[in-house]
Unconditional design. Structure first.
Length: 207
């Protein structure tokens, strides 16, 4: 499989974006844990396995896939106890792995040419009543104004990044994607910086 992840992985460690993404995900797990069947989580776009390993350390049954052969190699070397494989959001993941109480997908959906397939796979991976926790770079009126005012569009929209960000989501469009996939309860939080200029948004959607 060609490396279409858009990311290079030099190690198996958490990176700077996890300083705000991981606490947001852990808070979502904590707030919803009493309403799910079991402590199980599928990490869709698991990269180098660093986040998956943190979740496993909390007592969750975990599994994950990522299209980056480099990232998966680091994960298998550092975290051999984890069920992490090379794969993509377009694969029949339920057939391979079964279902889970949670699907976690951090900063993946903005890279995908076919996000509706991604959303359908997330839905199918979940037990009834399970939760999807999905983050993506945040876009909104005030942030877009700030990007324009500081002449930052070229840097922000990264046109020269192969397999980089190709979809630019707002709360409204990500809500539409998840609603069309069948999710019935969707809440959002904004992460990193003050909310109007947030770096990312995180959807917590229930099946």
């Amino acid at each position: 499989m060609p490396d279409i992840s858009g990311y290079k992985f030099g190690d198996s460690l958490l990176n700077a974006s996890h300083d705000y993404l991981l606490p947001g995900a852990l808070e979502a797990l904590r707030k919803t844990s009493a309403t799910v069947r079991e402590r199980s989580l599928f990490d869709l776009g698991c990269g180098n396995g660093s986040v998956t390993n943190v979740i496993a350390g909390l007592g969750f049954r975990v599994a994950g896939v990522d299209p980056s052969a480099e990232g998966i190699a680091h994960a298998k070397s550092k975290y051999p106890h984890l069920d992490i494989r090379t794969g993509s959001a377009y694969d029949d993941l339920r057939e391979q792995f079964g279902t889970f109480s949670y699907v976690l997908s951090l900063e993946v959906v903005e890279h995908l040419y076919s996000p509706k397939i991604f959303a359908s796979n997330v839905y199918n991976l979940l037990d009834d009543g399970g939760y999807a926790i999905i983050s993506a770079p945040y876009h909104g009126y005030l942030k877009n104004l700030a990007l324009a005012a500081t002449n930052s569009f070229d840097k922000h929209f990264t046109a020269m990044w192969d397999h980089g960000h190709i979809k630019f989501w707002s709360i409204d469009t990500l809500t539409q994607l998840l609603t069309e996939a069948g999710f019935r309860t969707i809440q959002f939080k904004r992460l990193g910086r003050i909310p109007p200029l947030a770096k990312s948004m995180m959807a917590i959607a229930r099946k």
